[in-house]
Ligand binder design. Structure first.
Ligand SMILES: NC(=O)c1ccc[n+]([C@@H]2O[C@H](COP(=O)([O-])OP(=O)(O)OC[C@H]3O[C@@H](n4cnc5c(N)ncnc54)[C@H](OP(=O)(O)O)[C@@H]3O)[C@@H](O)[C@H]2O)c1
Length: 341
């Protein structure tokens, strides 16, 4: 074993909890029933949009002040889109928006508060613009004890439930666009770290044992299943829904990880992790590439739709339907009625 292999081994051993990117019991293969592109793991968001003109399009990116969200906003704006960037406070969103060239509008969005989600959607509606692209990017991966927000486990509430309400509230604006695209930023943790049963519906309010990394996997499985059911409901409409895994990327996502993990990632992460420029490529590609017009209900890694072999639930339709009903129940009072056809 040479030095690079040793470093890779030690860092990679610590990395599943950060990005959900190790282990070999899952076989990921390109799904050629969808258009296969020429980009891959080392492509950047700029490369996958080279030559594209997004002038006249409105995009919205949640979590625009850090990591993948910041790079996604930067590149969409670079290509001419008007980008609505959300941050947990207006100050954070404004600072991020003014840090990138192009046309951007900052909006506050705190996903752990469904009231904040409603206010964010109302603010966006007042802009009076159809939304062509919605990238549900913001997320947390916490490493501490169980936390509940409004009685719901926090990672699930932020990563899934907040975006469930946001998408519902923005759907009228998405339908006004000629061809709206919703991109959910999920993770390989959806199959590597989720509970073996998939979504453990009897443990979403902290009723059972809490394992923070399993909780992150569950929330990312929820992103995948939300996208799947949304795509089914949107079939025949002008709006599509897909979910992506960005890869293991050097961002701030593991900010609450134990110090040993954070140090390992700081020191050796460059050897195995993508840069934010590379990490943002898949979500930007799925949000913009002309060849993917009409593609919906797919799961992407490294800029291509993939299937995942091995026991997992990312395409589990009955589970997706049950999750939808659970989301509706948990978000009661915050949702509007949508005509799906
Ligand atoms: N990095 C990876 O290896 C990796 C791998 C797989 C999937 N992902 C996914 O990629 C997405 C982006 O993460 P990242 O890697 O770019 O991490 P990041 O640098 O930590 O960015 C996360 C963003 O989400 C925002 N956010 C966190 N909690 C929020 C809340 N309660 N309400 C609203 N916004 C909130 C953060 O705002 P603050 O800065 O104000 O907290 C930040 O803007 C996440 O969904 C993550 O699960 C990342």
């Amino acid at each position: 074993m040479n030095r690079r292999q040793f470093l890779y081994g030690t860092t990679a051993a610590a990395m599943p909890v950060l990005g959900g990117c190790s282990g070999d019991k899952f076989v990921v293969s390109i799904d050629d029933s969808y258009p296969v592109g020429r980009y891959g793991a080392t492509s950047t968001a700029e490369e996958v949009t080279l030559g594209l003109d997004l002038t006249g399009k409105t995009a919205m990116v949640t979590g625009c002040n850090s990591g993948l969200g910041l790079e996604t906003m930067r590149v969409l704006a670079l290509r001419g889109a008007h980008v609505i960037g959300t941050g947990r406070t207006l100050e954070k969103a404004s600072k991020a928006c003014s840090s990138v060239p192009g046309n951007t509008t900052p909006v506050a969005l705190e996903l752990s508060s469904l009231q904040s989600v409603v206010e964010c959607a109302d603010t966006v509606a007042r802009l009076g613009l159809p939304i062509d692209i919605l990238v549900c990017n913001a997320g947390i991966n916490t490493f501490g004890e169980l936390e509940l927000v409004n009685g719901v486990e926090k990672i699930f509430a932020v990563n899934y439930l907040g975006h469930f309400v946001l998408v519902n509230r923005l759907m009228p604006l998405m339908k006004q666009a000629q061809a709206g695209r919703i991109v959910h930023v999920g993770s390989g943790s959806a199959y590597r770290q989720a509970p073996a049963v998939g979504i453990d519906f009897d443990n979403l309010r902290g009723e059972g044992v809490f394992d923070s990394q399993e909780a992150y996997g569950r929330s990312k499985l929820a992103n995948a299943l939300f996208s799947l059911e949304l795509a089914a409901r949107l079939e025949g409409s002008s709006v599509t829904s897909n979910v992506i895994h960005p890869g293991l990327v050097k961002t701030n996502i593991a900010r609450t990880a134990p110090i040993v993990l954070r140090k390992a990632f700081d020191w050796f992460g460059d050897l195995i992790a993508k840069t934010p420029q590379e990490g943002a490529a898949t979500q930007v590609y799925v949000a913009t590439n002309p060849a993917l017009k009409g593609v919906s209900g797919a799961y992407f890694e490294d800029c291509n739709a993939v299937t995942v072999g091995g026991d997992n639930h990312i395409f589990d339709k009955p589970m997706a339907e049950r999750l939808w009903a659970t989301g509706e129940e948990m978000a009661q009072g915050y949702l509007i009625t949508i005509e799906w056809e």
